[in-house]
Design a protein around this ligand. Sequence first.
Ligand SMILES: Cc1cc2nc3c(=O)[nH]c(=O)nc-3n(C[C@H](O)[C@H](O)[C@H](O)COP(=O)(O)O)c2cc1C
Length: 149
Amino acid sequence: MKKTLVVYYSKTGTTAAAARVIMAATNGEGFELKPVTPFPDDMYETSDVAAAQYQAHQLPELVSVPDITEYDQILIGTPTWSSRMATPVAAFVSQTVFADKEVRFFATSVGQTTGLIDDFTAQLLSGDQKQPLILTKRPTEAEIHDWLN
Ligand SMILES: Cc1cc2nc3c(=O)[nH]c(=O)nc-3n(C[C@H](O)[C@H](O)[C@H](O)COP(=O)(O)O)c2cc1C
């Protein structure tokens, strides 16, 4: 079985809940990304902060990043923010060398995800990226197995 690390950011818990299902289905370990400076509670303010971070190419500083050396497969989870990945996840991706790792993204959303897949492709500069899993509700184990196999 592939050794799996599920790396995710979650502002309000939805992506964390999906990550837990994915960890259980893959027997994977989890790593939650935390920005040094938390985002505002308000969605619109968060949207503005994230847009400014993307615009200035100043992605948020993270408390820590995982060591991915010992894993075969890295599953990266993000909320959808204005049809892009959340900036803490972009920060992780931009400072990690995935080399020969198998990398797959999953995103939670409320269903407005046009452009999100292009963002995954654009952000991931190396590694073997396959089809992302885009969710509007908590995934089932069958859905996860379909995605990964
Ligand atoms: C700043 C911001 C922007 C968002 N933009 C989108 C969007 O473009 N499309 C969408 O479907 N959901 C959008 N959402 C909703 C979140 O993607 C969704 O609620 C997600 O599951 C939250 O994950 P979390 O609880 O792990 O933070 C946005 C939420 C926030 C806070």
